[in-house]
Design a protein around this ligand. Structure first.
Ligand code: UGA
Length: 443
């Protein structure tokens, strides 16, 4: 009999994991405590923008014409307990208010609810990003005869479906290598491992650390290149060429070396902070003090973008200046505005008296909710109309495909600051724009 799988928590991670499990051929039941989410998902829709996810849901959600019917959603813990052979816990672990540490209350609540209904012999699998040591504690909440495994997730927003169906590695933390939990997870992931995804078995703490170490490394890579951008700015170098040149070294690699306004989102910033907090509890805070520097290099980029805008506007105040901001999400192909550098810069300029108008292809609704006092336009062209300066802060393809000449005709002053080093500087300059970017010569 094929394994029956439940997925607890249906955010980016859970909704994608549930749909991917159905795609792999399993019967899947997804649970969320928010009834509106369950209603939406049951009709094949998702409460966020994630390319390919709605198509995958439509292919499997029961009740949708032509679907496999293998995927259902519920708010009932009893149903989840009775149904599942394997339960994936995918709830979020945000940063605690006013602290670096992560908020484990959703994970704890999920384990407590699940423990009350889970069948003997079932396997519980944690996927949420948690501080090292959590799995061992959470195992203690589960009844006798129920195993726990820790299986961190590495999906990127915008590529969630692809990353889940064809992961570049599957990491499984177990208490008993070669035991029942490992065997069950090898069965769950037979298709991707058959297609070549490496399957790495570890103990609990290592599995938990793999996730935070990976995100810390990525954050470090981005802040490294942004530190180089600061030096390039002072020395007259070009960080884009520098990144290209060092990226040819296989040991360094060209990815995640795009300098600009830095990293944001719901993962990298909070994960490095939670990691520092946990290291402090473990008495090894010195090992991670460099992450504090990674965080401050990153946060400094936002201020530097604000200063670059101030400078091109004449150097004193933003009062009365019209500033267009292209991009609101923390990265393209997502509608997520959590800790978005773009909105942070827009907000700072607005608070200093600038008249800011924002446009983003998918993030408008979320941006409006978070920053209701900013101005918003329905198109890029409308956003830049009358602008004294245009800031390109999220590298959507739509912005690379804009016609600089068309925009030049409607702005008050053709000055563009590329906060992502993603636009074709020659094209913009040829259309009469003053183009400036972070870490690059003014030319
Ligand atoms: C990140 C990791 O990449 C995933 O592997 C991980 O699973 C996920 O967090 C998570 O913990 O759940 P994500 O937050 O979707 O994924 O975003 P990334 O693609 O990592 O980008 C993070 C930020 O870095 C964005 O703001 C992006 O604009 C910025 N970035 C990225 C740069 O500034 N420069 C770069 O070269 C690359």
């Amino acid at each position: 009999m094929a394994l029956k799988i439940t997925v607890i928590g249906t955010g980016y991670l859970g909704a994608t994991h549930a749909a991917a499990m159905a795609e792999l051929g399993f019967e899947v039941l997804g649970l969320d405590v928010v009834p509106e989410k369950i209603e939406l998902l049951s009709s094949g829709r998702v409460p966020m923008y994630e390319p390919g996810l709605e198509d995958l849901l439509a292919k499997h959600v029961a009740g949708i014409e032509g679907s496999s019917g293998r995927l259902r959603f519920t708010t009932s813990w009893e149903e989840v307990g009775a149904f599942g052979d394997v339960h994936f816990v995918c709830v979020n672990t945000p940063q605690k208010h006013g602290e670096y540490a992560c908020d484990m209350s959703y994970v704890d609540a999920a384990f407590t609810s699940l423990a009350a209904v889970v069948r003997e012999g079932a396997l519980v699998v944690g996927k949420s990003t948690v501080p090292v040591g959590s799995a061992e504690r959470l195992a203690g909440l589960l009844p006798e005869g129920v195993d726990l495994a820790w299986n961190p997730e590495f999906l990127r927003e915008g590529f969630a479906v692809q990353d889940t169906l064809r992961p570049d590695r599957i990491v499984v933390g177990v208490q008993d290598a070669g035991g029942r939990a490992e065997k069950t997870l090898r069965e769950v992931y037979a298709v991707p491992t058959g297609q070549g995804s490496p399957f790495v078995v570890t103990d609990f703490p290592t599995a938990e650390l793999v996730k935070t170490a990976a995100n810390s490394f990525l954050a470090t890579k981005i802040s490294f290149i942004n530190a180089m951008a600061e030096v390039c700015e002072a020395a007259g170098g070009d960080v884009v060429k520098l990144a290209e040149a060092i990226g040819h070294d296989d040991r360094i690699g060209a990815k995640f070396l795009r300098a600009g306004v830095g990293f944001g989102g719901g993962c990298l910033p909070k994960d490095i902070r939670a990691f520092m907090a946990r290291a402090g509890e473990l008495g090894v805070d010195q090992a991670l003090t460099f992450l504090r520097e990674i965080d401050s290099i990153n946060m400094r980029r936002r201020g530097q973008m604000v200063e670059m805008a101030r400078e091109v506007l004449g150097g004193s105040s933003f009062l009365g200046a019209r500033v267009a901001v292209l991009g609101a999400t923390f990265k393209p192909d997502s509608d997520d505005v959590r800790d978005s550098p773009a909105l942070n810069v827009a907000g700072q300029i607005h608070l200093q008296g600038g008249q800011v108008t924002v446009y983003d292809p998918k993030g408008m609704e979320n941006a409006r909710r978070l920053f209701p006092t900013l101005g918003y336009a329905d198109t890029a062209l409308d956003a830049v109309r009358g602008a004294d300066v245009v800031l390109h802060l999220t590298e959507w393809r739509e912005f690379r495909e804009l016609d600089p000449a068309e925009l030049a005709a409607v702005v008050s002053s053709p000055v563009i600051l590329d906060g992502r080093n993603a636009l074709d500087s020659e094209r913009w300059r040829a259309a009469g724009w003053t183009y400036r970017a972070m870490g690059r010569p003014r030319a």
